[in-house]
Design a protein around this ligand. Structure first.
Ligand code: AMP
Ligand code: FES
Ligand code: ZN
Length: 310
């Protein structure tokens, strides 16, 4: 049987540490991953001054890995998990069940939010409607708004998400291609609060790859939703992620280099020249917005109308 290059334990399967080109056992992989998450959190001062921390956990491998790693690395830091049930048949209930089990096992407080129950529509309802908007874009707007609102209304000062290096590079790639400067300036490991109703956001997995999250979930025997969201099939986002992996085959470490260049070279300049938008309170919900009515409220009333007419 193969031996771990670090501790010489015989185990199958072994996990590849790509940058170090080593094969290691599950315990050594978990230690490597947790150390890397800890270093990222400390490097960007993610937990500095945090009084009440919330984690947005979907039940997928990334956010489950995030929750498990934080328990291990910062055992004295208490957090609450926020989970949104998006109402996608079978899929959303499976996600919720996994998150509920995890919270029970580790005695973590859980805030559950049911989109259909509180807002009268689900992401699945939207997926069934013929619309120019793409379902993933709509889902993203809904998730971002609700996660912030729930965290704000429950008194959290920081919310952590499981966005990893592959997610961020896919977003950067798209934003640079389109020259979306106002959005590029917001892509960073720590997004400070810019309004009393906007909760500070952190991304502790920003330097971890998709594969590392997956290996960690396996090495720590985590339950996670392994199936992809059924509405996401054929999405541009997935195709772009595949393309980026191909680029990385030709340019080793491409993803990390792009992130580093963005953070060190472009972001400081962008932050100097791109002024933060002036925010007012949405006439409908009172949350911060650039326009009189926020994008979530606009979207919700459109979806509700479409659902009623279908
Ligand atoms: P995604 O937008 O699906 O790539 O997810 C990015 C991050 O948002 C995840 O790693 C989670 O932290 C969070 N997230 C996504 N979906 C949910 C959900 N249904 N409930 C809570 N958090 C979520
Ligand atoms: Fe958002 Fe599937 S989870 S479209
Ligand atoms: Zn609103």
């Amino acid at each position: 049987m193969d031996k771990c290059s670090r501790c010489k334990t015989e185990e199958k399967p072994l996990f590849r540490l790509k940058n170090l080109n080593m094969l290691v056992c599950s315990q050594c992989f978990a230690s490597y991953y947790e150390k890397k998450v800890k270093n990222t959190v400390l490097k960007y001062g993610m937990l500095n001054g945090v009084r009440r921390l919330a984690l947005a956990v979907s039940g997928g491998k990334d956010s489950m890995a995030l929750a498990r790693a934080l328990l291990e690395v910062f055992p004295s830091i208490k957090f609450t998990i926020i989970h949104l049930n998006l109402g996608i048949p079978n899929y959303s209930d499976e996600c919720q069940e996994i998150v509920e089990k995890f919270c029970k096992e580790y005695s973590i407080e859980l805030l559950l939010y049911d989109l259909k129950k509180y807002n009268g529509y689900s992401i699945y309802d939207f997926g069934n409607i013929k619309s120019k908007k793409r379902v993933c874009g709509v889902c993203g707007t809904v998730k971002r708004y609700l996660m912030n609102k729930i965290a704000y209304e429950n008194g959290f000062d920081t919310i952590a998400t499981g966005h990893n290096l592959d997610d961020i590079v896919e977003i950067l790639f798209n934003l640079y291609i389109n020259g979306s400067i106002e959005e590029l300036v917001r892509i960073k490991p720590v997004s400070s609060s810019t309004h009393s109703k906007i909760v500070r956001k952190i991304k502790p997995l920003i330097e971890m790859t998709d594969r590392e999250d997956l290996y960690y979930a396996i090495s720590r025997n985590l339950n996670y939703v392994s199936s992809e969201c059924p509405l996401v099939k054929g999405s541009r986002m997935i195709n772009r992620k595949k393309l980026i992996l191909k680029i990385e085959e030709e340019i080793p470490n491409f993803k990390y280099l792009l992130l580093k260049t963005h953070l060190k070279r472009f972001l400081p300049m962008l932050e100097e020249y791109v002024l933060p938008p002036t925010l007012r309170e949405c006439e409908d919900c009172g949350m911060p917005s650039i326009n009189t009515v926020c994008s979530f409220c606009k979207l919700s009333s459109k979806i509700l109308k479409l659902v009623e007419n279908n």
